[in-house]
Design a protein around this ligand. Structure first.
Ligand code: TXA
Ligand code: MG
Length: 353
C-alpha cells in the first residue's frame, strides 16, 4: 500500500482553478488516484481506461474486486465510446432528462473498458456528473474516470473533503476540496440491460422522476432482498454506508408509537452506560425533548420533516459527526418511501446491519 503525504487543495466549486485541474488531470494520466467532489458524494478517481490505475482504487479502499465501478464521462460521445453497440433509446431518453446529473446507467460493456472496472461483468456503469470540478477533471485528464465513493469499503460515503481525509489520508496523493456536496447521497443506478429496466440502487434521482420519463421502470429490490443471478447489482450488499456506531432503526405507521419506541431505545442504551446519538427530523426531536439531557445523549437534527432533500444532504455527514462525537449507538427513524425517502431509508437499513 502506497503511503502518501496527502495534499488537500481548496477549490471554488463553480470556477475551479485551471492550473490545479491541469495538475490533477496530469496525475490521473500518470496512473495516480485523485479524490474529487461530485454533486452526490466525493469520488476516488483513476484513469478508467488503464487497468493498473483502476487496481489502485481497490487497493486504497480495501474494496473487493467483485464490486464494479462507475465510469464518469463529460459527454454523450464519451458514453457511446465505452458501450458495446449503439445506445438503447432509453439511454438517450434518460440522459436527456437527467444528464449531467446524479444518474448512473448500466449498459453493455465496450471493449475499451478494462475488466477490473466492471468486476468481470459484460456490462458497464456510466454517469455524466454535473459538478463543475468533476467535469473539469474529466476534461483535464482527457480520459474517462472510474470512481467509487471515496470512503473505506462499507464505510459511510464522504460528503466533505474532511471525510475523505479521515478515510483515505495517506492512501491518496491529492484531494480536491470544493466544500460539501449538493445531494449528499449517491447517484441512482438504473440497469438498462434488464427487461424491463430496473433501479438497482435508489439514489439522488427519485423513482417517481425516472418513471415520469420511463414509465415501465421497475423498482429496486428492498435492501436485504436479492435479485436472481445476473440481475443483481454486485455492490449493493446489505452491510454498507455504516458508521462505527451501532445503528438502531425504528419504523411504524403510528407516529406516537414510533416516538415512544425511539425514547425507549435511547433510555435502554443509556441505562447500559452507552453514549447515544439521536438523529431525527426536527419535529421528532422536539417530541422527544422530555429525554433528560446529559453528556451521554447527543441530539442531532436532519432538518425539517418535509425537507427530504435537506435530510439526504445531511445524512452521511451527521452519521460521521456522531461517530466523531464518540457515540456507540445511533437511534434513527425510517422515513416513508416516497421520493428521496426511499433512498434515505435504503441507506439507513444498510447502515443498521
Ligand atoms: O454518486 C455516485 O454514484 C458516486 C460518485 C462518486 O459518482 N459513486 C458511487 O460509486 O457511489 P460506488 O462504487 O460507491 O457505487 C457503485 C454502485 C455499486 O452499487 C455497484 O454495484 C454498481 O454501482 N455498479 C457498478 N457497475 C455495475 C454494473 N456493471 N452492473 C450493476 N451494478 C453496477
Ligand atoms: Mg460506495
Amino acid at each position: 500500500m502506497a503511503n502518501y503525504d496527502t495534499e488537500v487543495v481548496r477549490l471554488d466549486p463553480e470556477h475551479p482553478d485551471p492550473a490545479v485541474m491541469e495538475r490533477a488531470g496530469e496525475m490521473l494520466r500518470a496512473g495516480e488516484l485523485v479524490a474529487f467532489p461530485t454533486e452526490t458524494v466525493y469520488g476516488l478517481g483513476a484513469n478508467a481506461l488503464d487497468a493498473e490505475s483502476v487496481a489502485r482504487i481497490f487497493e486504497a479502499k480495501g474494496r473487493p474486486a467483485t464490486d464494479p465501478l462507475i465510469v464518469h464521462l463529460a459527454d454523450l460521445a464519451g458514453v457511446e465510446a465505452l458501450v458495446a453497440g449503439s445506445l438503447p433509446q432509453a439511454a438517450y431518453t434518460l440522459g436527456e432528462a437527467f444528464w449531467p446529473g446524479p444518474l448512473t446507467l448500466v449498459l453493455p460493456r465496450g471493449s475499451a473498458v478494462p475488466l477490473n472496472v466492471t468486476a468481470g461483468l459484460d456490462t458497464v456503469a456510466v454517469r455524466m456528473p454535473a459538478h463543475p470540478v468533476a467535469r473539469a477533471l474529466i476534461l483535464a485528464a482527457g480520459t474517462p474516470i472510474a470512481a467509487p465513493s471515496a470512503n473505506l469499503f462499507t464505510h459511510t460515503s464522504p460528503t466533505r473533503a474532511a471525510d475523505v481525509v479521515a478515510d483515505l489520508g495517506g492512501r491518496v496523493r491529492l484531494i480536491l476540496d470544493a466544500g460539501p456536496t449538493i445531494h449528499g447521497v449517491e447517484s441512482t443506478v438504473v440497469d438498462l440491460c434488464s427487461d424491463p429496466p430496473r433501479v438497482l440502487r435508489p439514489g439522488a434521482v427519485t423513482l417517481e422522476a425516472l418513471r415520469a420519463v420511463l414509465p415501465g421502470l421497475a423498482a429496486p429490490p428492498p435492501p436485504g432482498v436479492s435479485l436472481p443471478g445476473e440481475q443483481r447489482s454486485p455492490g449493493t450488499m446489505l452491510k454498507h454506508y455504516a458508521p462505527r456506531a451501532e445503528v438502531v432503526l425504528l419504523d411504524g405507521d403510528d407516529p406516537a408509537r414510533v416516538r415512544a419506541g425511539l425514547a425507549e431505545a435511547v433510555t435502554a442504551a443509556r441505562a447500559e452506560g452507552r453514549k447515544v446519538g439521536l438523529l431525527l427530523a426536527d419535529d421528532d426531536l422536539a417530541a422527544l425533548d422530555m429525554l433528560p439531557p446529559g453528556r451521554d445523549l447527543v441530539r442531532m437534527s436532519l432538518g425539517a420533516e418535509g425537507d427530504l432533500e435537506g435530510q439526504a444532504r445531511r445524512l452521511f455527514a451527521a452519521l460521521r459527526d456522531l461517530d466523531a462525537a464518540g457515540v456507540s449507538v445511533i437511534v434513527v427513524r425510517a422515513p416513508a418511501t416516497e421520493g428521496l425517502g426511499l433512498t434515505i431509508r435504503d441507506r439507513l437499513v444498510r447502515a443498521a446491519r
